[in-house]
Design a protein around this ligand. Structure first.
Ligand code: ADP
Ligand code: MG
Length: 253
């Protein structure tokens, strides 16, 4: 395995007295796909949000591309880093949410452009790249459509194009198909599969076991903030050792 792009060590996060993440260790190799499974409330979103520096760990650290923000390798606190350093690292991470979070008053193309324009890319090159990305997610003909004129599956594909526009080295997906009607799940998973094939490093929270089996290099299972299973899709999906993982999988399969 090559040097991991993402290293998570001893990561813990509390909200008040509630320990939401409890000593998580996770490596994600460059160019690989990790699927995160677990029941509601097990800490999946908090894990992604911490990787993206939307939450600060209480212990442990997240390292992306060799760069640690906020914490030493042994988990002790570094000096507070500037907002700029965090913004810089976050700009290399794309995130896609369950609720697409598109700007309702912007067209598909304008939504895709927004991050590039904010990063100072000139309008001409930004538009060229935006069109290329809309084409890549199968929406070349929708550049002038507003979110309300598009299906949920189309909106989520715009959200993926938007996340890709700033050329992230890591993509985080938080239940990207959970809010979609069943007939639209496939088109979004298809775009994600294509992306995985291009070598994008991805961490995907999903209950789509078929996607995990087909695309994931590793599957991990969270239960009450602990990472209780980790391994190949075959190992984790076929023969989970942890009781909660077994119960969860028999319910979703
Ligand atoms: P999952 O995505 O697996 O459903 P989450 O990471 O969203 O789980 O949440 C894990 C637990 O942390 C839940 O009990 C949730 O209520 C709690 N939690 C998440 N965010 C916050 C917050 N900002 N403040 C307080 N509690 C939170
Ligand atoms: Mg969640």
């Amino acid at each position: 395995m090559s040097e991991p792009l993402v290293r998570v060590r001893g990561l813990s996060k509390r909200f008040g007295h509630h320990t939401v993440l409890d000593g998580i260790d996770l490596d994600v190799a460059r160019g690989s796909v990790a699927v995160v499974l677990g029941p509601s409330g097990s800490g999946k979103s908090t894990l992604l949000r911490t990787v993206n520096h939307l939450e600060k760990p209480d212990a442990g650290f997240v390292e992306v591309n060799g760069e640690i923000i906020g914490y030493r390798r042994d988990g002790t606190r570094l000096r507070e880093l500037s907002d700029r350093a965090i913004t810089r690292q976050r700009s290399r991470i794309g995130m896609v949410f369950q609720q697409f979070n598109l700007f309702p008053h912007k067209t598909a193309l304008e939504n895709v452009l927004e991050g590039q324009l904010a990063a100072g890319v000139r309008r001409g090159p930004a538009e060229a790249r935006g069109r290329e990305l809309l084409d890549r997610v199968g929406l070349a003909d929708k550049e002038r459509s507003y979110p309300r004129q598009m299906s949920g599956g189309q909106q989520q594909r715009v959200a993926i194009a938007r996340a890709l526009a700033v050329e992230p080295e890591l993509m985080l997906f938080d239940e990207p198909t959970s809010a979609l009607d069943p007939e639209m799940v496939g088109e979004v998973l298809g775009v994600m599969k294509d992306l995985a094939r291009t070598g994008m490093t991805m961490i995907v929270v999903t209950h789509e076991i078929g996607f995990a089996r087909e695309v994931a290099d590793q599957v991990v299972f969270l239960d009450e903030g602990r990472l209780v299973e980790a391994g190949t899709p075959d190992a984790v999906l076929t023969e989970p050792t942890h009781e909660r993982a077994r119960a969860f999988l028999s319910a979703v399969l």
